[in-house]
Design a protein around this ligand. Sequence first.
Ligand code: CP
Length: 342
Amino acid sequence: MSASTASLHHLLDWHELDDALWFDRIDAALRHHRDRTWSQKARGKSLGLVFFNPSLRTRTSMELAGVELGAHVTTINVGQGTWGFAWEDGVVMDGTEAEHIREAVGVLSRYYDALGVRVFASGTDYERDRDDVLLKTFAGAASVPVINLESAFYHPCQALGDAATLMTRFDGQVAGKRFVLAWATHPRPLPMAVPNSALLAAARLGMHVTVARPDAYALDPGIMEQARRHAASLGGSVEETNDLDAACEGADVIYAKAWAGPLRYTDPEREASLRTETYRDWRITADRMARTRNGAFMHCLPVRRNVVVDDAVLDGPHAIHLLQAEFRLHAQKAILEYVWQL
Ligand code: CP
């Protein structure tokens, strides 16, 4: 591949890119939803997807997005038929890892025209996770565009799909609507990429956003500041509360998501006890949805039924989680068009 790395159109996260591109790609995703055709726009291109973590939606929708644009797509599951990768600079590789990420990504860059990577948070080193060190290491070793398929702190494919879903749900009149990002109980300590990205997406649509979470589950202050800046520039707002029932009153959207938050890094035992015992009633129920203004229910999936949200909500008329999942395909076609400048 001959492209200079400085001119690569990576998609690591939307916060690195301007509003014009964000809204342009939402429009493109909406066009792909309206007119789902198979084209040959990316004929002759190849896409390699590298998964360090499990996936259903991202894997399949990205494979199909490439194919529907005429590209060839290969998925690599790290640890299943690949060598184990070492990440650190200067590491003495006398342990189990047989290949360094620099060689692995350097080689893949010579085969593929773009790479996608999913690499989750460590859950143990907050500074490194917040700075998305693994994603940046991967992108730094690439000489082709890299698409973030969910990193420690951001999930830009989910964010674009969610934004296009909201535009569809409200016929384009999203600005000014009330969006509640609702923390939920969960048996596992989940990372913050999705709540961060959902919050930023809603703020960047000019919505009035409420983050409803117990005090121990406040999101990173830097993310909150980014969200406030985006919302303010578009006539929206961002606030926080520890009262889920009050947040649901008059809401237009309830976006449920479990996350373990920064406390997971400093006091994992207390965090587990809060998440699974103290706050186990932080679940989206039909009663809570009844407080909304015919609000839509959203979740990125996978979702734990009757833990995060009740059957009655997921199977009810206001749940749009499947449309949300569908939009991952349309959004990722829009993202591939960007990284390849089609
Ligand atoms: N929402 C989402 O990214 O789903 P997967 O983890 O199944 O890809």
